[in-house]
Design a protein around this ligand. Structure first.
Ligand SMILES: [Zn+2]
Ligand SMILES: [Zn+2]
Length: 250
């Protein structure tokens, strides 16, 4: 049976930070997941790490669940969902972390669904000059890109080494100016911006091979009604890749 749609068993665990629902096998965890940070030990922080207020019996210390640092109640009062660490309920976070988590909530609420619903692309493998119309989507367990057409591919997300989003300008006359946008610099791909994502180049490792395989995705010109869907899918993929890069830095 293929690994992409396996229903990964989950278990409820309680950590100092709260209740979490995690996959039983570590290998089955989502590539978007983050590890819980170690908490800064109590004896190492006599003062709030944000406002420098001294802790005592009245001013109690709290740990931010995202960064593990120590804060007073005022500086660490927000409870925000943190799906990347699998918390069941919103958890206490410092102002800086709360902001990041709130942005990620949007990814979980919107873009992740777009990715799982899928979109159609012309897919070209390697240096081949043939392309195939395929539906591309993220698997339910978030671990694979699944491509379906006459052929079938499953690309494990953790095996993807680079993602390039191809864009075109909206400005009349510049329609044919394609720019290759490297992932980390590209902040301007949004659904409402003045560039639109029209394709993507992936490089990934096939298990058992040392070489990178390249796959190119092009939004179909012939299916105009799907073009917007493909652009949204690519914008969501762009956001997903940024999250992945961050979790690799850990
Ligand atoms: Zn404080
Ligand atoms: Zn924090």
């Amino acid at each position: 049976m293929s690994g992409s749609e396996a229903a990964d068993a989950k278990k409820l665990v309680r950590s100092a930070s709260g209740l979490r629902m995690v996959p039983e096998l570590r290998a089955a965890r989502s590539p978007f997941g983050l590890d819980e940070p170690p908490w800064v030990p109590d004896k190492e922080c006599p003062r709030c790490m944000q406002c420098d207020t001294k802790f005592d019996f009245i001013t109690r210390k709290h740990h931010c669940r995202r960064c593990g640092k120590c804060f007073c109640d005022k500086c660490c009062s927000k409870k925000v969902p943190l799906p990347r660490m699998c918390f069941v309920d919103p958890v206490r976070q410092c102002a800086e972390c709360a902001l990041i988590s709130q942005k990620e909530t949007e990814f979980y609420d919107k873009q992740l669904k777009v990715l799982m619903n899928g979109a159609s692309f012309f897919v070209t493998l390697g240096t081949s000059d043939k392309s195939e119309l395929m539906v591309c989507r993220l698997s339910n367990n978030q671990r694979y890109l699944v491509l379906d057409g006459n052929s079938h591919y499953e690309i494990e997300i953790v095996q993807i080494s680079t993602v390039q989003i191809l864009t075109e300008g909206f400005t009349p006359g510049e329609k044919d100016t394609h720019t290759y946008t490297s992932l980390l610099e590209s902040q301007h791909i949004t659904e409402g911006g003045n560039t639109r994502a029209i394709g993507m180049i992936l490089q990934y490792k096939v298990p058992g091979s040392e070489e990178l395989t390249q796959m190119k995705f092009t939004a179909s010109e012939d299916y105009s009604s799907n073009k917007k869907l493909s652009a949204s899918w690519l914008a969501a993929m762009h956001k997903a890749t940024k999250l992945l890069y961050e979790s690799r830095d850990q």
